[in-house]
Design a protein around this ligand. Sequence first.
Ligand SMILES: C[S@@+](CC[C@H](N)C(=O)[O-])C[C@H]1O[C@@H](n2cnc3c(N)ncnc32)[C@H](O)[C@@H]1O
Length: 224
Amino acid sequence: MLYHGKNHAEKYAKSDQILFKSKDHVIIRLWLSNNLKQKKIQRLLDLGCGTGRWFHTMESVDFVLGADFSFDMLKKAKEKIIEKGYINTELIRCEISNLPLKKESFDYCISIGVLAEHVPLNDEVFLEVGRILKSGGIFSFTAQKIGEISRLKMKGLQFLFPVFPYFLKEKIELQIKTFHKRLDHNKQSITELAKRHNFKINKIEVKSLNKSDFYFISAEKEYR
Ligand SMILES: C[S@@+](CC[C@H](N)C(=O)[O-])C[C@H]1O[C@@H](n2cnc3c(N)ncnc32)[C@H](O)[C@@H]1O
């Protein structure tokens, strides 16, 4: 488990105010609301919900479950639920790879800023999301796209790591560990991964956020 340092959740929640004025916020909010309005959603799982940054886009959903393994992030999410009066939203503390949820109990799953960033986007994730989604359910998520420049930067950081001063090492080590969770993905590999788990890709787009490119993916669990 990665340790993001003291007060990470506090800082993350505060950064909402900056994000909400930014172009990135508009891009994600529009993408989410366009996806969520495609059909009437009864039960939605927000995988790696963090501080509940996107709960405001889910007000039309009957029931939202925010799942995250960080107690501190969930504490902030709880404060948001109370402050905003989201009566349709509950929280659960758990690991993405082991969701304590019944099979085929949700009709929508979203995950923003988690996969191919903090958690590898792999068979394990699709198996678990595929298990809890009903047939015809939608999985909409982002996955960071690694460019050649960040690959070279990471090689440089690894090479120079032994000579960095002590006070920088903790931060750099975190960057290196996180980087290795981002496997090489492209549209074809994501489509194949989804297909192995009986998901059909409805749309994959690439969007630029905060100087990095991200895949925005919407996949549908096929009827069996
Ligand atoms: C960058 S934050 C994104 C939060 C939120 N989705 C958003 O867009 O603001 C990543 C979140 O994933 C959670 N997370 C990382 N790895 C996880 C895992 N293996 N299981 C559950 N949650 C995880 C972290 O605790 C963190 O809250």
